[in-house]
Design a protein around this ligand. Structure first.
Ligand SMILES: CC(C)(COP(=O)(O)OP(=O)(O)OC[C@H]1O[C@@H](n2cnc3c(N)ncnc32)[C@H](O)[C@@H]1OP(=O)(O)O)[C@@H](O)C(=O)NCCC(=O)NCCS
Length: 189
């Protein structure tokens, strides 16, 4: 399959819109990626200053320009403020597969927003882009993320021991996967 994000795919769902990240989102990206609670299970460098947040946004833009990843800003319908992000990283067109990642500001947790976001982007990935499978790689202690994945049709495919070296420690990873053919098993959120 081929992936082409030259025209950015703006998406929407019942309560949310999914648009391209912009440099106007720098404060919210800083808020998300500098919060130790939100970053606790994400083995990626924390954002320490506004310039780090700008660098992060620019890195996403260059990955998308190369069709290697895509990241949406999640907003409430009719509002421009970014409340979270969701996207596909490590897109592997040769396997019709990509890795899903997401996070949302603490004040918006437990409202079903990431559930709504996952359902929107996986529909897009399976039916518009043509993926066959999507994986999510999570810290085994991230029980909220595991809960969210299971309730959205992902199944636990396995546990990889000590495959990530992060901040002086070897970390395990849980692999969750959804296949295109699993989608019809999902009920409405
Ligand atoms: C994981 C995350 C994205 C979930 O977002 P969200 O919008 O709150 O998710 P939803 O509202 O769709 O669903 C949350 C579910 O977790 C459940 N939950 C919340 N806290 C929980 C806890 N401590 N233990 C078990 N389940 C919990 C909720 O009850 C809800 O399930 P339910 O609908 O069956 O009741 C959010 O917590 C987050 O941004 N975490 C930090 C970043 C992160 O870890 N990202 C994932 C990296 S792989």
């Amino acid at each position: 399959m081929t992936v082409d994000f030259e025209t950015f795919p703006v998406l929407s769902s019942g309560r949310l819109e999914f648009r391209e990240l912009s440099l106007l989102d720098v404060n919210e990206i800083f808020e998300l990626r500098s919060d130790p609670e939100l970053m606790k299970y994400i083995p990626r460098p924390m954002v320490n200053c506004k310039q780090d947040a700008i660098d992060h946004i620019e890195q996403i833009h260059s990955l998308t320009a190369r069709n290697e990843a895509i990241n949406w800003a999640i907003t409430e319908i009719g509002q421009s403020k970014l409340i979270g992000t969701i996207g596909f990283y490590r897109i592997k067109p040769e396997d019709f597969r990509a890795e899903l990642g997401y996070m949302i500001l603490g004040e918006y947790h437990n409202k079903g927003f990431i559930t709504e976001s996952i359902r929107t982007v996986i529909q897009y990935a399976f039916y518009t882009l043509g993926f066959n499978s999507i994986e999510a790689l999570i810290d085994p202690e991230n029980i909220v993320s595991a809960r969210v994945l299971r309730k959205n049709g992902f199944e636990r495919d396995g546990h990889i021991r000590e495959n990530v070296f992060w901040e002086g420690k070897f970390l395990d990873t849980e692999v969750f996967t959804i296949l295109k053919k699993d989608l019809k098993k999902l009920s409405t959120p």
